[in-house]
Design a protein around this ligand. Sequence first.
Ligand code: FAD
Length: 408
Amino acid sequence: MIMISKNKPVIVVGAGPVGLCLTLALTQAGLPVTLIESSPEETFLDQVPRAGSNHPPTLEMFARIGLYEKIEPRGLKAPIFHYWERQGHQLIAAFDHVHLKDDTAFPFVLQCERIKIVEEAMKMARADPLCTLMMGTTFQSFEQSGDSVTAMAVGPDGKVIDIKGRYIVSAEGARSIIRHQLGIEFEGFTYPDRTLNIEVSYDFKGKGYTDRNYISDPGEWSNLFHWAGPPEVWRVHFPTKPEEDPDELTKPKALQERMRRFLEIDEAFNIRGSNLYTVHQRVAAKFRAGNALLVGDACHVNSPIGGMGMNSGIHDAFNLAEKLIAISRGEADDSVLDRYERQRRQIAIQHTQAQTVRNKRILAETDPAVRLKNHEELKRSADDPALARAFMLRASLINSLREAESIL
Ligand SMILES: Cc1cc2nc3c(=O)[nH]c(=O)nc-3n(C[C@H](O)[C@H](O)[C@H](O)COP(=O)(O)OP(=O)(O)OC[C@H]3O[C@@H](n4cnc5c(N)ncnc54)[C@H](O)[C@@H]3O)c2cc1C
């Protein structure tokens, strides 16, 4: 039996949503965890807005660790999402999660931002006697031999600390030092254009939009999402050109003009924030090297269209937790961790990557005939209950989890 103990805990690097969920899933099963986070306590919640669409199976996982009840009051239940054609402001299709009522206890998306999720999960981790939380501690490198690992990190006082453990998990996000140190390729590509995110308070429902909208346009596609307050905001994503100057793109005047063009209304918008981000489509060549494992953005990154990055990272966390728990209880040997890699890597490539690339292509398609065909297909899928369920099983990642179970 492989011992995971107070002296040899699982070391989790990174208290993002994935690292925190992994930590809670392990500690609640009796496994000690040392969680290392570089942000200091005081600034931990000062992070740019990112993920926020939480799909049904992710909500089921949150419920298992007691996190769902904490975030539900802070979010917004969105059972429906829309596809729009921007030209002529036409609603192409409305997909309703009601078609998943026999597949999940949560037939809706919970719009709840990453930052609220980590805030609530962090409170739980802090109160957990099996979690040793090291805030303001920056992981730098690690060594492994036999059945142990040693992580080297710089603590809040600037001193280097050695942290011993049985396994080390990189939940450090896309710039994972562990992935770099292991020389694991991050295979894929980066889109040359950046995406502009504008946060605005406005009555989009008065324009017919629902809480989650994908808006197709050959010149300027966008996504429009609603977030619970206070302050209540909507986030709109727009493509930009690679050669455009980032400073010019985010000037207040440029943001106002873009919103006016988008809504075809000449008024001053209450813009609350903006940021630009680069989109990568990459999957690590390996998710495991001995006692070191990768989860979440550390091993896969993708376009946010479809809201799959954080969701699939959390699915990694729960998959890995189940295996580490089985190992510590003597119900499985170490080789089960290779199955973690086989399952989650295949899902990252064949589901998350394939679908997010496709989502962007559909929104940005320029060929009028292909656009028409895509829109007809979406409409047909939304209007037929069996096709709608099949579509929603893919979009909500339920299918990806079912397929993962079939990978030995
Ligand atoms: C605009 C935008 C919108 C998005 N929308 C969605 C969405 O709707 N749905 C969705 O599923 N996904 C979405 N995503 C993707 C999502 O944000 C990420 O997939 C998710 O945050 C990854 O979680 P993570 O825990 O793996 O990594 P991160 O969230 O990046 O967290 C990593 C943590 O590790 C810490 N860390 C890093 N290096 C070190 C170190 N050396 N030592 C110690 N700590 C360290 C960091 O401080 C951080 O706390 C979106 C992304 C963007 C950019």
